[in-house]
Design a protein around this ligand. Structure first.
Ligand code: GRF
Length: 188
């Protein structure tokens, strides 16, 4: 199972995936490329440090369709089977989704379908939820939408702040993404 990871920033989920795959936790898997739409994404250097090839494909004023076509071509060139979105801050075009049917997954820091979109942790915290968490799901062309693969709950206590809850969610994200990959690797 050849994995391509798309990032836009810090890349902590990408690192969790790369380290787990390199550690042999996901049977038959290999991370073949990390692609960023931002040249300044901090995750790029961390991927390179781990010996993973990186590619930057910036939008450069193109349509989403044209931008996505270049990313799809970079992924196809490397025979990627599974695309993992890990803090990739763009919606995928229908063409991108159709290029990898049922083989694009994403992680989101809430219990979807609650709180899709940006700042999910803060919006959940501000709403006063007592349980939040994270979700790994298959990707379609809608925002943070598609069949759920795995979810993990995180409790919110009275002493929590948005920062403490967000940090606990992130910790669980790293574990959940790897668990989802293990599940997919067994199914393939
Ligand atoms: C994570 O919270 C992820 O759930 C969301 O964007 C954030 C990316 O963080 N989609 P990182 O780049 O993986 O550190």
């Amino acid at each position: 199972m050849k994995i391509g990871i798309l990032i836009s920033g810090r890349g902590s989920n990408m690192i969790a995936i790369v380290d787990a795959v390199k550690g042999g936790e996901v049977s038959g898997a290999e991370v073949v490329v990390v692609i960023s739409d931002k040249a300044e994404a901090a995750g790029l250097e961390k991927a390179r440090e781990r010996g993973v090839e990186t590619v930057v494909v910036e939008r450069n004023g193109r349509t989403r369709k044209d931008h996505d076509a270049e990313i799809v071509s970079e992924l196809k060139k490397r025979d990627v089977d599974l695309v993992c979105l890990a803090g990739y801050m763009r919606l995928l075009s229908p063409d991108f989704v159709q290029a990898f049917p049922h083989n694009i997954i994403n992680i989101h820091p809430s219990l979807l379908p609650a709180f899709p979109g940006l700042n999910a942790q803060k919006r959940a915290f501000d709403a006063g939820v007592k349980i939040t968490g994270c979700t790994v799901h298959y990707v379609d062309e809608y925002l943070d939408h598609g069949p759920v693969i795995l979810q993990k709950e995180v409790n919110v206590s009275d002493s929590d702040t948005v920062e403490t809850v967000s940090a606990r969610i992130l910790k669980q994200e790293h574990l959940l993404y790897v668990d989802a990959l293990k599940k997919i690797a067994i199914a393939i």
